[in-house]
Write a new protein. Sequence first.
Length: 268
Amino acid sequence: MNIFLAVALPCEAKPLVAHFGLKKDTTVRAFAMYRNEAVYLTVTGPGKSAMAAGLAYTQAVSTGLENALFVNVGVAGHRMHDIGSAWTINKISDADTGRNYYPMPIYGLPCTATSLVTGSKPQFDYNHEHLCDMEASAFFETAARFSTGELIQCLKVVSDNRLEPGRNLDPKVVEKLIRDNIGLLDLLLEKLEERAKLVNSPEVPNFEYWIQQYRFTVSEQNRLKNLLSRFSVLTGKSLEPADFGTVKSGKELLAALESRLSTIKYEL
């Protein structure tokens, strides 16, 4: 299973490079990239455009890796959360475009999922309830082009708040904040690998039953497989005949399943 880690700053990368035993890829000059056989780490630089470019470039030089794990690791600000507290993200809002992105929750972690706003410049007024960063929306939108949304996550560590503003963050402090939460990152990756096995499993629960009930084109069968797999990942159970007993065609089933998945996403 291939893992792509993306950070904005060298000080965020340093403890990860040491922990995973990564070596710098000297053939890559556009961005600082470190890797071993399974883990790729790219230091993109701060900001949305840098994150999008760095992640896309990493994929361009790492072709043929389907449904890999993607995690954006980094620091973020908040109005009152404790410095050093770590959070996964269940909603990313882009302050400039108004678009929202919804990473799928990971259960069994010793931290809470929360919302985050990504802006084009640092936020030092600390007048809202969300975490703030400058990269997450671009990370999620770009990663979603190369993997499925169930395998894309953000792990943010609070580096500044109203009592300790972040105008002049010390790189050594940021490095320690990331290092102190590497155990949490390991657990997050473990959970994502378990999820990836479900996503990539060739056996789709009840797929044969449904294609015997209704007529599907080849493309619709592939779409059905994807939806059934996602349903299983998100709910922990398979789609049973009684769940959609009123549909009358394959197209109706696909539409109903997509609607149900959308509802589940917003309920989580």
